[in-house]
Design a protein around this ligand. Structure first.
Ligand SMILES: Cc1cc2nc3c(=O)[nH]c(=O)nc-3n(C[C@H](O)[C@H](O)[C@H](O)COP(=O)(O)OP(=O)(O)OC[C@H]3O[C@@H](n4cnc5c(N)ncnc54)[C@H](O)[C@@H]3O)c2cc1C
Length: 495
């Protein structure tokens, strides 16, 4: 049945029975344009635009979800994204409920040359998912994930969060690679590459992507895969939000025991040399099942610590044996590695990285854990409770994919090293950013390229995509010649 008709029928039945309406079927108020004749917008090139009241009303009527102007009660909540540093005010927020809504919002923006931001989970560090005076295409109401145990596939809608992806798959004893903070969005995470604790065994999120439904700048709905529009599918796997709005991601799932040998081992920072020098040699021989990587931070008591996060995705006895040599290094002050539910690791950072934190971060890709890097990690450690150095361990299956098989160009990396932090007080912005940069720039000589998803300043798309860039630029010219989707690590359409 047609959805509008279904909602009307449900509405009538609900009124009759005096029961709450089905979610998504609430009667939608018209866009509150009464107080305005037009709304000030901004063009893709930064010029001022008038958005006529009639056009905004028409957009509102074409969407199942609401269109919010700044006078709407929900507006302030909807424009907020995860990083509290970004306080931007879009001219319009289109809260999409389905693929058709997204298509209508994209067409509205393209026809007017209106600056457009796409919001999935809202975790963009540089805040690219919200803009001043433009259109925010908000996918956060399109947030469900369905797992198909027989086909071993998960279908995540464009605004789903990682928690929903993990949970839907785990219900059937299945899993795919997801990131380490469960309120992150599937959308931006996947389109940028998608690193997580299982990537040595199953590859990055993009290596598990089997197909996607995308609305390109021309407003057309496309299903892309290795077989259908393979160039566009290639570009989506690492090319970020450059090519359109993805309304559905289809992932391969893998059989999985959710109880894993996992946890953290913590040493005083004074033992960092022993730990890092050992790690620098040891990690090279690790199995794909073992994900283990260092972090350096300041503990609750103000003392510096070095820690190793461990997740063994396999037979626990084998994991315990493989971990044994690391456990013999120095004198740990804590060792929580034991059998535990995977979701404990997957949610353990959720509060520390809570919504509204003001956060700055930089990272670089590391292909070799050299003595020079170890020395500099120790020398550069900054004893400040706001800041940390951390890693995303790669290698394994993530490294066995060819450099140009996907648009993610950093396949030779063994790990990603990030530096940054978070604080609540705006007065901390200047020193927090300055100290993060100082720490990061000491490590940068040991890095080559960066992971765009975990970088506040990522503005070097051409150089960072390296040999993948010319192909990306051609595909961009084919699907988004006017560069409507430019609030991202932007790929310039080829001439
Ligand atoms: C606390 C935290 C933890 C993180 N942990 C990890 C991690 O473990 N591993 C990892 O790899 N990364 C991690 N990241 C980085 C994360 O992958 C990126 O920030 C990513 O962009 C977040 O996606 P999102 O949908 O939440 O973000 P949003 O801010 O909503 O979107 C970011 C950009 O992605 C694009 N986009 C989002 N959804 C869509 C869509 N459906 N269609 C088209 N374009 C879309 C848009 O261009 C948008 O500007 C983390 C980030 C944070 C803040």
């Amino acid at each position: 049945m047609d959805r509008r008709k279904f909602c009307r029928t449900a509405l009538a039945a609900s009124v009759a029975a005096a029961i709450p309406l089905l979610p998504g079927c609430e009667r939608k108020a018209p866009v509150a344009t009464d107080a305005v004749t037009s709304v000030r917008g901004i063009s893709l090139e930064g010029a001022e635009l008038e958005l006529e009241r009639a056009a905004i009303r028409e957009l509102g009527e074409s969407l199942t979800g609401p269109v919010l102007l700044s006078n709407h009660a929900e507006y302030d909540n909807a424009r907020k994204i995860w990083n509290g540093m970004h306080d931007r005010r879009p001219a319009l927020i289109a809260r999409c409920m389905n693929t058709e809504d997204v298509g209508n919002a994209v067409t509205f923006a393209r026809e007017r040359g209106l600056l457009t931001a796409v919001r999935g989970g809202g975790h963009s560090w540089p805040g690219k998912s919200v803009c001043d005076d433009g259109l925010m295409i908000d996918l956060s109401l399109m947030n469900t994930v369905a797992a198909d145990p027989e086909a071993q596939r998960a279908h995540a809608r464009g605004g789903a969060l990682l928690n929903a992806l993990d949970s839907a798959a785990l219900e059937y004893g299945l899993i795919t690679t997801a990131g380490v903070v469960s309120h992150t969005g599937v959308g931006g995470f996947t389109l940028g590459g998608g690193m997580g604790r299982l990537n040595r065994k199953y590859g990055l999120a993009i290596d598990n992507l089997r197909s996607a439904e995308i609305i390109t700048a021309d407003g057309v709905v496309r299903r892309v895969s290795e077989e259908q529009e393979p160039d566009l599918f290639w570009a989506l796997r690492g090319g970020g939000g450059n090519f359109g709005v993805v309304t559905e991601f289809e992932f391969a799932l893998h059989p999985f025991e959710r109880k894993l040998f996992s946890g953290n081992i913590v040493w005083p920072v004074a033992q960092a040399r022993d730990v890092l020098e050992f790690y620098g040699e040891w990690y090279l021989g690790l199995s794909d099942e073992m994900y283990v990587g260092p972090a350096m931070a300041t503990g609750a008591d103000g003392a510096g610590v070095i820690l190793m996060e461990v997740v063994y995705n396999g037979d626990p006895a084998a994991g315990e044996k493989e971990l044994e040599p690391l456990r013999k290094i120095g004198k740990p002050i804590d060792d929580t590695v034991a059998m535990q539910d995977y979701m404990i690791m997957q949610t353990q950072e959720d509060v520390a990285f809570g919504h509204g934190v003001r956060s700055y971060i930089k990272n670089g890709m590391v292909s070799e854990f050299t003595q020079g890097l170890v020395d500099m990690m120790i020398e550069s450690f900054t004893n400040d409770p706001r800041l940390a150095m951390f890693t995303h361990t790669l290698g394994g299956a993530a490294k066995r994919v060819g450099e140009l098989d996907t648009a993610f160009p950093h396949r030779n990396a063994e790990t990603m090293v990030g530096v940054g932090g978070g604080w609540m007080d705006p007065a901390d912005d200047e020193s927090g950013i300055a100290l993060s940069r100082e720490w990061y720039y000491k490590l940068e000589p040991f890095m080559g390229g960066y992971y765009d998803n975990i970088d506040f300043d990522g503005d070097k798309a051409a150089g960072n995509y390296g040999p993948a860039y010319p192909r990306l630029s051609k595909i961009k010219a084919q699907y988004d010649p006017g560069n409507l989707f430019r609030l991202n690590s932007n790929i310039i359409p080829a001439a």
